[in-house]
Ligand binder design. Structure first.
Ligand code: DC
Length: 218
């Protein structure tokens, strides 16, 4: 596989999405937001009223769902032809995504859908297990994180800007709970690849994170 991949893994709210999109744009590479695939599954399950205890039912939906991605300034996703972009970013979607992401059969079914994004001239892949499981042979790997307090503060600001009611303490609690679930699951947990560059963005601007990653590539 000669097509280059840059993987950017880390916990939710570390700025992976924004940074990955900017780096992909600079390099002229494709972009995979792997979290959006798990989020799309969460929405598909809600639409089909599948119980979260019904593992075979969940796997069936994962196998059958047809996803189309459009990568503009914001990512737009169509599920079986229907635009699900508005539901994609909801906190409730992220929670269900994190729950179903812990199921080994779900991860197995979604593996190929993610690897299909590897196309010339290259790919920037953002998620939890991009460097460890999905693209272990990637030449460049980054682990991007920030303190839970900083991530909560950023999320809080985003919500307030969108005029959505928010509570900082509750947000931090939800972030810590999601970190725990993503790190403690047995299958492909959130973990730093041994050969990844560790970046703590707590006190960095987006531009300086992007610059550090581009320096790694060049
Ligand atoms: O990055 P995100 O918040 O959009 O991801 C939503 C959930 O999907 C996350 O809490 C865990 C799961 N996920 C995963 O298990 N593996 C990935 N590569 C990406 C996301």
């Amino acid at each position: 596989m000669g097509i280059p991949v840059l993987t950017i893994d880390g916990p939710s709210g570390a700025g992976k999405g924004t940074v990955s999109r900017l780096v992909a744009k600079k390099l002229g590479w494709h972009y995979l937001d792997s979290g959006s695939i798990y989020r799309s599954l969460a929405i598909a399950l809600q639409l089909a009223s599948v119980d979260l205890a019904d593992v075979p039912g969940i796997v069936n939906v994962a196998e059958a769902m047809a996803l189309e991605f459009e990568c503009g300034d914001e990512l737009a996703v169509r599920l079986d032809g229907v635009d699900i972009t508005p539901q994609l970013g909801l906190e409730s979607t992220g929670v269900v995504a994190s729950q179903v992401a812990a199921l080994p059969d779900v991860r197995r079914v979604l593996l190929q859908k993610q690897q299909d994004f590897r196309k010339p001239p290259g790919l920037v892949a953002d998620g939890r297990d991009m460097g460890t499981v999905v693209f272990p042979d990637a030449k460049n790997k980054v682990f991007l994180t920030a303190s839970a307090a900083k991530r909560a503060e950023r999320r809080y600001k985003q919500l307030i800007e969108k005029a959505i009611d928010a509570n900082l303490i509750q947000i931090q609690k939800a972030i810590e709970e999601r970190d725990r679930r993503d790190m403690e699951r047995e299958n492909a947990p959130l973990a730093m690849a041994r050969d990844a560059l560790y970046i703590d963005s707590s006190d960095m601007t987006i531009a300086s994170v992007v610059e550090e990653i581009l320096n790694l590539i060049h």
